[in-house]
Design a protein around this ligand. Sequence first.
Ligand code: G4P
Length: 531
Amino acid sequence: MLDNRPTLPPEIARRRTFAIIAHPDAGKTTLTEKFLLFGGAIQMAGQVRAKGEARRTRSDFIKMEQDRGISVSASAMSFDYREFRFNLVDTPGHSDFSEDTYRTLTAVDAAIMVIDGAKGVESQTRKLFEVCRLRDLPILTFCNKMDREARDTFEIIDEIQENLAIDVAPASWPIGSGREFLGCYDILNDRLELMDRADRNRVAETIEIKGLDDPKLAQHVPAGMLAQLREELEMARELLPAFDRKAFLEGHMTPIWFGSAINSFGVKELMDGIGNYGPEPQPQPTASRKVAPEETPVTGVVFKVQANMDPKHRDRVAFIRLASGHFERGMKLLHVRSKKPMAVSNPVLFLAADRELAEEAWAGDIIGIPNHGQLRIGDALTEGEDLRFTGIPSFAPELLRGVRAADPMKAKHLEKALMQFAEEGAAKVFKPMIGSGFIVGVVGALQFDVLASRIEQEYALPVRFEASQFTSARWVAGPKAEMDKFLNVNKGHIAHDHDGDVVYLTRLQWDIDRIQRDYPELKLTATKEML
Ligand code: G4P
């Protein structure tokens, strides 16, 4: 098998760790559900998202997510499909939680981009795609809802190519759309796939075809549609690139499948696509070197922390992407930041149905480690090596507000709650140098509601958010002398984040430009890599 890596141990080579990115409503939940169905992880469709009920997937753990019907936090699900082990890392679809999504995307080796056949590339698709591009993640595209009136196939492909500046190679080609949608011609395997409209959970009928001149085609496709299919495929061959696995793995080309998730159509072909062509676990970058998955010592990095998954226990679960090795339960690993050993005795593997204790895991897998707050985003676990994984960003918040406990006597409690959420990465918390109180920064306004509701539920502490005089935050770093000078004259604008790092708060871009000019040795950044 062609690959950009030396041969991996079979257990690692069969792993595919990926996420699904989509604009809300494109069909991500439905597709996830069908994946679990065909991966044998659930028995029937409808278990993931009950119709009519608040929308929730099995990957949503906390009550608030269910109450609100949105998926607030990302989690992971593992299941087998054919000879492959899929680790599907769930990303929240709501744009207000994009920061979490960005971090999630650092833990995967590939992404599936779902677009709605009638709507094409939408705003959130584009944003998420750009994040994938930062890391040259291979992307497979699924054009969904072909059972509804969809746009012209060439138009959809053109839009992706133009909008996202990536080559698109058709893996399948739709035959009709809307009521007329019959199925697809599978370009990669020369097969005809016919959609079964009677049973939504049944896999499509597959008919082997020997090329486009095979008389069998005419038995299944009406003459007019067949003529159109032949014409379109001929044009596609001339105008569009053929699938090239190397270009795909390098992130320059995306294969596109057409289908209808709700009708289970095109889903297996997509799953086969990830299995057959998708990347194996990839080397992970650290400050000193790249860690290859086949290295024997176990290493991993925390890309997400979720607190209070079980309200009865004040536990947190740190989600770790294993970068190398074969992990076994009970192993003692080094927690690199604190330099302390950590016995990992109760790791959790997120099998689709339940949380289960992980007896073992391999490079590429996602495991959860319950802990009491020692594990933070960006932390490395190793068998002794001093490693610092890179690439996990922390974003400058776009909205800032002051926060106060409704009961002023509870200020200490509030601080504790805020620190916890800051460590989880759910918000930025800044303590101004002058004055009391805190300023909370988020990327999307809905996060304030989520925070208020979590603080009230988890800490029995009603809080109020109020307008802040600041609108932007920048991390500041530089040589000590210059930094001291800067701090001295800007006290009213300075705060510290939960790690103690210096942050400059302002409402004017002009201020930021001025400081950059006046203090050329200081670096003002909108993001900070989480250490
Ligand atoms: P999301 O997670 O990306 O937000 O999307 P989700 O899967 O929840 O799907 C959004 C809507 O699109 C749902 O309809 C879903 O049933 C529908 N849908 C998904 N795949 C297909 C498809 O292949 N064809 C068609 N025609 N519709 C599809 P809804 O009306 O919002 O919910 P419901 O009443 O169906 O539960």
